[in-house]
Write a protein that binds this ligand. Structure first.
Ligand code: MCN
Ligand code: CUN
Length: 786
């Protein structure tokens, strides 16, 4: 793939990642690489069952272990008022269980020892007596009469209800359904999955008791928000807390919440007065930290016989696990699920949701989800295919007929979302062109005639990324805006400080490119500082693909501010008025006399040097902003997947995958491509392999990477990518986010392809993950509820 701006000396373009030399040489510095003098190690005892009352905890044998420094139980934390912490969704979650355990893997006690192995060994010496309780495992029966109550800690709670939520117009939707020629209903499950980043979660807490300073290295996607929450919970003054998020080995949403382990490490360091490290292992990560999805959806679509979509409605049962710890803007209990009307211009829509507590790990909204848009896109893209099936229409034609048209933007959906910009049809056509769609359909027809199972799946998605604006988006009262600071040194090198934090997205490169484009200093001369609350401005962090839409905008705006100041200084240096200056990348020159010019580097030196500056101009060349976005940005994409299904083994092979993404102005095409490749791999994983499942006692069956299957290069094809560019009208450089697009858009394309392959068997829907056994059952008409 080539792009016009691929090889620019400064600014946007395909540029190798500045951070990679460090990573490929093993010089990344992750939380587990932090070693401090006298550091102790913390290990957590976890509940072996899903639901039980704690009768007693005997820690005496563990305390007697020669290398153990402390053993802490929920009861001990309760004495200090630290046994419970707030979640990101205004619920509370046990730091360590006091009354009962509510999911398998829940934190019950912790040990601090001189080394990691002794801490782990001592866990075995803790004797907990449990009184087993019936667990709530199936969300479908969680609200049934007589169901055990998971959250009896909440005052007056007598059932497992978390919240009800509704959007759209019920009556108007009912009316279009009543007049429709065709109504299609399908039950669609998006199973519980896990982000499973390569690096698990962990922290090193170092409390310095004389100055009362706490330094916390932690695997967090949102260091500033975490610091504020620690200040609010632990009562430490915020200016004495420093949260450092060093190199992060993948987040994918897993590292947005605050986990009990972080709090345990902080408490241990506060109490013992030494640095304490906690790193969870793989199983702990999979069974206890932020899960994703777990939506049981009934989708309904109404249309005319000609394939004009009139309305979409859905009823969702959301499994939130034992604590409502989902990360979503406070006013959005269902995240951004409201965009379930997708990319289509329809007459009415309505959604209803009920969320329930179950005896499963808490979390929700993780795994490249854009705050539940993954679920919404899966629902609409699956139900549209069900409609195509019933109408016997080509899924591309059906979509094409209903896409929002370019002149309708900004487009307000029937659930109140304002899509900023889009030009959908060319994106769909580009995907069809790359795929050779017509030929693929011919090939499929030939193969079907021979009894071979080939499927072609299409999805078209619109994403909503870049939360705020702060007036309607906040997390626990913290408005979703981002700060940025830019300082140009006397020699013309610069440092830009961000409030977002990269987990692998390449921010050290792309943010340097954004600034380079605006002020003409080469990206290699711009250092990007992030992930350290002491050295960066406040902001809400990296998730919901908000770094480019929010912080990227902040970086462009701050660079323009610096450039404005540079222009004034240049006017003094060239002795002309500001209006007579022209900006060509990297220098100001006199209009009509280009020989007379000063470079940004020369201006930087003058800004710091001897000699006069124009009146009213302070020395130095730096600026600071806090950017509050006007709206979300709405990237879109068209994906086409081709699969072959082995009729003998029901094995699915993804043969081809074409992804055409539109994320507005493209800052670094190589990085975008990498983001898309990763997201497509995630999508194939979820569609075919990944699921966190439980047995009827609530035991987690996916606690290792032997059971929780992740895709590798062997399971995925060579990705075929393309792009279109529809800039965001409200973003200073027209860029939209892209980090989650492919994870959001690809699962329906894969599932639609598999279902298409199974058309000869009369299959209209089958639930993810489409493992051979599920495909086999579907072929035999036995697909039961998942
Ligand atoms: N980019 C670009 N041009 C655009 C848009 C983005 O060049 N028009 C670049 C950005 O500059 C950035 C990258 O693409 O380097 C992703 O940008 P963006 O879409 O703004 O997303 P974020 O940086 O906010 O990353 C978050 C997003 C999320 S929410 C998840 S989940 C996810 C994802 O990123 N987690 C990831 N991609 C990941 N990639 C890696 N390697 N690791 C993760 O944990
Ligand atoms: Cu929802 S996963 Mo990303 O927003 O960190």
């Amino acid at each position: 793939m080539t792009a016009v701006n691929d090889h620019k000396p400064v600014g946007h373009g395909r540029m190798l990642r500045k951070e990679d030399p460090r990573f490929v040489r093993g010089r990344g510095r992750y939380v587990d690489d932090v070693q401090l003098p006298g550091m102790l190690h913390l290990a957590i005892l976890r509940a072996p069952m899903a639901h039980a009352r704690i009768v007693s905890v005997d820690t005496s044998a563990a305390e007697a272990h020669p290398k153990v420094k402390a053993v802490v139980t929920g009861a001990a934390l309760a004495e200090k008022g630290l046994a419970w912490m707030p979640t990101l969704s205004n619920d509370v979650q046990a730091v360590l269980a006091t009354d009962k355990v509510r999911f398998q893997g829940q934190e019950v006690a912790f040990v601090v020892a001189e080394d990691h192995y002794s801490a782990r060994d001592a866990l075995e010496l803790i004797d907990v007596e449990y009184d087993m309780l019936d667990p709530v495992v199936n969300a479908r029966t969680a609200l049934a009469e007589g169901s055990p109550v998971v959250r009896d800690d909440l005052e007056g709670k007598t059932d497992n209800h978390v919240f009800d939520w509704e959007t759209g117009d019920e009556a108007a939707t009912e009316a279009v359904f009543a007049k429709a020629d065709v109504v299609v209903t399908e039950d669609i499950v998006y199973p519980r999955v896990h982000p499973a980043p390569m690096e698990t979660c962990g922290a090193v807490a170092d409390f310095e008791s004389v100055e009362g300073r706490l330094t916390l290295w932690s695997t967090t996607q949102a260091p500033h928000a975490h610091r504020t929450l620690y200040a609010m919970v632990a009562g430490l003054p915020e200016h004495k807390i420093r949260v450092i998020s060093p190199d992060i080995g993948g987040g994918f949403g897993n590292k947005v919440p605050i986990y009990p382990g972080y709090v345990c490490a902080i408490v241990a360091s506060l109490v013992i007065g030494k640095p304490v490290k906690w790193m969870e292992d793989r199983s702990e990560n999979l069974i206890s930290t932020g899960f994703a999805r777990d939506y049981i959806m009934r989708g309904e679509i109404a249309a005319t016989r000609e394939g004009r979509i009139l309305g979409i409605r859905t009823n969702v049962l959301a499994d939130h696990g034992a604590f409502n710890a989902q990360a979503a803007p406070t006013k959005y209990p269902a995240g951004f699920f409201g965009v379930f009307t997708g990319s289509y211009d329809i007459e009415a829509a309505h959604a209803k949701m009920t969320a329930v507590y179950t005896n499963k790990a808490p979390g929700g909204v993780a795994y490249a989800c854009s705050f539940r848009i993954t679920e919404a896109v899966y629902l609409v893209e699956r139900i549209v295919d069900c409609l195509a099936y019933e109408l016997e229409m080509d899924p591309v034609d059906l979509r094409s007929k209903n896409l929002i048209q370019p002149d309708q933007f900004p487009y307000t959906t029937k659930t109140g979302w304002v899509y900023d910009s889009g030009d959908y049809e060319p994106t769909l056509r580009e995907a069809m062109r790359i795929a050779g769609y017509e030929e693929l359909r011919k090939e499929q027809a030939d193969k079907r005639a021979r009894g071979e199972l080939m499927g072609i799946g299409v999805s078209f998605f619109t994403e909503a990324v870049g939360a705020g604006p702060r007036k309607n988006m906040d997390i626990l009262g913290l408005g979703m805006a981002d700060g940025c600071e830019l300082r140009v040194h006397p020699t013309g090198k610069a440092v830009v400080r961000l409030s977002v934090q990269s987990q692998g997205q390449g921010h050290e490169t792309t943010f340097a490119q954004i600034v380079a484009e605006e002020i003409g200093i080469p990206p290699d001369d711009i250092d990007v500082v992030h992930g350290d609350t002491d050295n960066t401005p406040f902001g809400l962090g990296t998730y919901g693909s908000r770094s480019t839409p929010v912080s990227g905008a902040a970086a462009a705006v701050v660079a323009r501010k610096v450039r404005d100041k540079a222009r004034i200084i240049a006017s003094g240096m060239l002795e002309v008025s500001v209006a007579d200056l022209e900006w060509t990348k990297g220098a100001f020159s006199v209009r009509g006399d280009p020989e007379r010019s000063v470079t940004i580097q020369e201006i930087a030196l003058r800004a710091h040097g001897a000699g006069d500056l124009p009146e009213g101009i302070e020395g130095g060349l730096e600026a600071q902003v806090c950017y509050n976005p006007e709206n979300l940005t709405y990237p879109h994409g068209a994906y086409i997947c081709v699969v072959d299904v082995d009729p003998g083994t029901a094995q699915v092979k993804v043969r081809r995958f074409v992804a055409v993404d539109d994320c507005g102005t493209r800052i670094n095409p190589m990085i975008i491509e990498g983001q898309v490749h990763g997201g497509l791999t995630d999508g194939v994983g979820m569609a075919l392999m990944e699921m966190i499942s439980f047995d009827e006692d609530g035991n987690c069956l996916g606690g290792s990477l032997m059971d929780y299957l992740l895709p590798t290069a062997l399971e995925v094809p060579d990705w075929e990518t393309g792009y279109t560019v529809t800039p965001s009208p409200h973003h200073p450089i027209g860029a939209k986010g892209v980090g989650e697009s492919a994870t959001v858009g690809s699962p329906p394309a894969v599932v639609n392809a598999v279902v298409d392959a199974l058309k000869p068997f009369g299959v209209r829907h089958a639930d993810m993950p489409l493992t051979p056994s599920r495909v086999w059952d579907a072929m035999r008409g036995q697909a039961g509820p998942s």
